[in-house]
Design a protein around this ligand. Structure first.
Ligand code: F6P
Length: 542
């Protein structure tokens, strides 16, 4: 069979099974969750998962068990299994860029060839980890010092999107494991206010800047890198000692070298690591600097255990696949357009921001893998804030608003032994909110007080917040995201949509800097008026 024929056949099997689901889901999802619990024996056992480092419960959903076979059939027809296996095999699953998405190799413990007959990527992965370990250990134990001989006290991590969100989340989540001397700061925004806010608290002789950019072409990161370098020099770091204060992470070492970075503090990764899947690569260096190489290994091990589950578990017991099937079901059956993530854990407060990029940059597409427009919903909007704060802001709408907005409650079991009473309050609130969404208060005295209930939610209970459990949590969401892409037949590994805005920003910036330039005829009147208004206020040559 020709490749074209095979693709067409896969496409038609996908459309047929999706059509069946679209027909059934709105009726079947019109059900009461508490009735499902009483009428379906074994529902909780069937829809909960004991995973390495965490427990997952998707039973509080409007998914009747009788509908599971249809969903599983769709997964097979859509090519979920083939997609997963091709991803692990290093095949170019990112078709629009003809690239593999082999982030699982970054935490693997065995040979991982890059496609059939391809070279094993593990020697390169291990070599980078070895170099990262050496550098991180030297900074942490004070062997690597600033040009003036002082140990490093502050790491300023520059990067944006996937080159920042994962490390930010991990450094905050694992602050309990942080080196006592090292403070890790993140700057992503191009707004100079971010750097200006940080600068007064820094001393150049003890500051290390870690510049992270896969492409080494991202305007925000390169602009901030220039500002940092200029500050180091202006603060007395000699040009020939600059390399002791600058490290780089990139898939384009040639460009980082041209920027002036030395090989000894340059850490690279490969094009087959997508930005939002890159925490496990050299991009994780700020995390390793903070928590140390052994703890970073634990983070990788937690992700690896989840990878093994994803690779080996049968579809109906495959947690990431089931999470993705539930998202699909909620979209088709309940018209769900958003998914909230509420971590009941202050250290996990950046989880929603991290998942926004992971899920929306991956699956926010409206053409399929062949480039054909799709007429079904792709990524839901991911959003959220930590609990209990969120309960006092937008939970009103979750309980009584018109739209159904499923919630992922992420809870952390406290370590055995003494527990602060406040942690019990925190956990009680997480459990209570999920129950309140389910139970509602339909018999309340007035319509204003009535909560309809029957609102679905998912619960993830981490077995403590440690590098290993964090690794498992993030890998769970990574594989849910890729699984949803296969279920929807879209490419979860490209992000062409962000390019247009970058191009237009360059054009607008040129106009703002040079008001004498004529406004392009194809510019819309609203933008043109704003450009004219702003450029009139900007000093010439700014
Ligand atoms: O603009 C979006 C994006 O391309 C993300 O996919 C990526 O994580 C981020 O920018 C940063 O890119 P880079 O690491 O190349 O600077």
């Amino acid at each position: 069979m020709s490749a074209d024929h095979a693709t067409a056949q896969a496409g038609s099997a996908f459309r047929a099974s999706l059509g069946v689901l679209r027909g059934r889901a709105p009726h079947a999802a019109d059900c009461a969750i508490d009735t499902l619990f009483t009428s379906e024996s074994g529902r909780l056992a069937r829809l909960s998962f004991e995973l390495p480092g965490l427990y997952l419960d998707i039973s509080r959903s409007r998914l009747p068990l009788a509908e599971l076979p249809g969903l599983l059939r769709h997964a097979e027809a859509a090519g979920w299994r083939t997609g997963r296996d091709r991803m692990f095999a290093g095949e170019p699953v990112n078709r629009s860029e003809n690239r593999a998405a082999l982030h699982v190799a970054l935490r693997a413990a065995r040979a991982m060839p890059l496609g059939a007959g391809g070279a094993d990527v593990m020697p390169g992965v291990m070599e980078t980890l070895r170099r990262m370990r050496g550098f991180a250990t030297a900074v942490r134990d004070g062997t690597h010092r600033g040009a003036g001989g002082a140990p490093i006290t502050d790491v300023v991590a520059l990067g944006i999107g996937g080159s920042s969100l994962g490390p930010q989340l991990a450094c905050e989540a694992l602050a309990g494991f942080a080196h006592p001397r090292l403070r890790i700061h993140f700057i992503a925004s191009v707004d100079p206010a971010a750097w200006a806010g940080l600068r007064p608290g820094l001393s150049a002789p003890t500051t290390l800047a870690v510049i992270a950019s896969k492409t080494w072409s991202t305007a925000e990161t390169l602009g901030n890198a220039e500002a940092l370098r200029a500050w180091l020099l202006a603060s007395g770091v000699p040009a020939d000692g600059l390399h002791r204060h600058l490290a780089g992470i990139t898939a384009r070492p040639d460009r980082a070298q041209a920027f002036g970075l030395r090989d000894s503090t340059l850490f690279s990764f490969e094009e087959w690591v997508g930005g939002r899947y890159s925490l496990w690569s050299a991009i994780g260096l700020p995390v390793m600097l903070s928590i140390g190489a052994d703890a970073f290994d634990e983070l990788l091990a937690g992700a690896r255990e989840l990878d093994e589950h994803f690779r080996d578990a049968p579809l109906e017991r495959n947690a990431p696949a089931m999470l993705a099937l539930l998202s699909l079901w909620n979209a088709l059956g309940l018209g769900v357009q958003t998914e909230a993530v509420i971590p009941y854990s202050h250290p996990l407060r950046r989880l929603p921001a991290y998942l926004q990029q992971l899920q929306m940059e991956s699956n926010g597409k409206s053409v399929d893998v062949d480039g054909t427009p799709v007429d079904y919903p792709s990524a839901a909007v991911t959003w959220g804030e930590p609990g209990t704060e969120a309960q006092h802001s937008f939970f009103q709408a979750l309980h009584q608003g018109h739209a159904l907005q499923p919630v992922d409650f992420v809870l952390v079991a406290p370590p055995p032994g003494a527990v602060s009473p406040a942690i019990v309050t925190l956990l009680a609130n997480g459990l209570a909110q999920a129950e309140a969404l389910l139970r509602g208060d339909p018999a309340a005295a007035t319509p204003h007080q009535r909560c309809p209930g029957n609102r679905p939610s998912t619960t993830i209970l981490l077995d403590g917040l440690r590098p290993r459990t964090l690794g498992a949590l993030l890998a769970l969401y990574e594989h849910k995201t890729a699984s949803l892409g296969w279920l929807l037949r879209i490419n979860s590994f490209d992000q062409w949509g962000v390019e247009l805005g970058k191009r237009i920003a360059l054009r607008v910036e040129a106009l703002l800097r040079s008001p004498e330039l004529p406004l392009p005829e194809d510019m819309d009147p609203s933008t043109a008026a704003l450009v004219a208004r702003l450029s009139a206020t900007l000093p010439r040559g700014s």
